[in-house]
Design a protein around this ligand. Structure first.
Ligand SMILES: *[C@@H]1O[C@H](CO)[C@@H](O)[C@H](O)[C@H]1NC(C)=O
Ligand SMILES: *[C@@H]1O[C@H](CO)[C@@H](O)[C@H](O)[C@H]1NC(C)=O
Length: 364
């Protein structure tokens, strides 16, 4: 009896182990592999045998049902396979829509392969378990799928450093779990959706290096977890919303190289939490508000290449710390304040103004 039970148990275990991943998942992965070419490392050499859950490089499965849960393929990695080859990854080809049959996929990471091209298959918006979509550093073109908002569980969407064009889909504001979005360095045009502020979980919004136009939506000021906002190197116009300076955790604000105009909101400079503020290369005018205080702690404050006039505010010398200051290429005039924050600064911080004087420039 005991023997019989033992044998039956063994059979069950064997059957489970042999079955491994379902054939449909394995076939989807093999179709995915067939659309890609990785000539230097041989990462796909391990994709053989019937069980795609065991020892297929970059693949892992849900242990309870052996469904494929992760595709995790990074072209920049510490994995020994890269050390042995003495090079970073390079892959060409396209992302086969067959991955949309992996309906339990939670992580889709196909990052830094430099050469993967073609479009993001629109059907990935049906993969309702997805949490991380990371396709950074390839040559992906085409649009962001219009139904991207269906991905309600995605926390990280990283499509940076590709050749994506078209507009930011209006549906993006329905990605209610989104914490990090990085669309930097693509060819995305059009406006930032006016209701972008609906993404209340968002802590990093990196949209720099595109062709975005229109104004900065005021709804952004309601995003109470937003710590890092990068809209630099776009074609954004209008004023800098005063409310941005009142956001609780915003500490990095890079709006440089746009077409922003109007005055510099005092709130941005008096905000004790602001650590990096770059407004360089815009059309900001008027005086620099005299609102710095002993709480001001700027790793970098770059207001260069604008139309600022008047004096450098005296309160800046009471700041606790100013790591990097650039006020060059404006129309400032008068004596540079004296004080500790100014002692380590070089003449280049003040160059090309109308009539600034005093250390480190020539004496008044
Ligand atoms: C933004 O650019 C698009 C072309 O990419 C243009 O059609 C649209 O009128 C522009 N909108 C604004 C508000 O400047
Ligand atoms: C601010 O932006 C300008 C223009 O995009 C860039 O050249 C500069 O290095 C940035 N400043 C800092 C401190 O990063």
């Amino acid at each position: 009896m005991r023997l019989w039970f033992g044998a039956a148990l063994l059979l069950v275990v064997l059957a489970w182990a042999v079955s491994g991943c379902p054939a449909s998942d394995r076939e989807a992965l093999l179709a995915f592999k067939a659309s890609l070419s990785e000539p230097y490392l041989g990462i796909f050499n391990s994709w053989t045998g019937t069980d795609c859950c065991s020892n297929w490089y970059g693949i892992s499965c849900d242990p309870t049902d052996a469904r494929v849960a992760d595709i995790n393929l990074r072209g920049e990695s510490e994995d020994p396979i890269f050390e042995k080859a003495g090079r970073s990854g390079y892959m060409t080809g396209t992302i086969n829509p067959s991955i949309c049959r992996l309906d339990r996929l939670t992580n889709l990471i196909l990052a830094d392969w430099k050469g993967i091209s073609g479009e993001i298959p629109a059907c990935i918006t049906s993969l309702s378990s997805l949490r991380v979509v990371d396709l950074v550093g390839n040559k992906i073109s085409g649009r962001i799928p219009p139904a991207i908002g269906d991905l309600r569980r995605v926390t990280v969407l990283n499509l940076a450093d590709n050749q994506i064009s078209g507009e930011i889909p209006a549906s993006i504001v329905q990605m209610s779990s989104l914490m990090h979005v990085n669309l930097r360095n693509n060819r995305i045009s059009g406006v930032i959706p006016a209701d972008f502020g609906k993404l209340t979980m968002l802590s990093r919004a990196l949209l720099g290096g595109n062709q975005l136009n229109g104004t900065i939506p005021s709804s952004i000021a309601t995003m109470y977890r937003l710590a890092d906002l990068d809209l630099s190197m776009n074609h954004i116009n209008g004023w800098v919303p005063e409310e941005l300076g009142k956001m609780r955790v915003l500490s990095t604000l890079t709006l440089d190289s746009n077409w922003l105009s109007g005055k510099l909101p005092a709130s941005l400079l008096s905000d004790a939490g602001m650590g990096i503020l770059n407004l360089s290369r815009n059309w900001i005018e008027g005086e620099i508000p005299d609102v710095f205080g002993s709480n001001s702690y700027f790793m970098a404050l770059d207001l260069s290449h604008n139309n600022l006039k008047g004096k450098i505010p005296g309160s800046l010398s009471s700041a606790k710390y100013i790591g990097h200051l650039d006020l060059s290429h404006n129309h400032l005039c008068g004596p540079i304040p004296i004080g500790e924050p100014f002692e380590h600064l070089e003449a280049s911080s003040f160059a090309n103004n109308d009539c600034l004087c005093g250390n480190p420039l020539k004496t008044c």
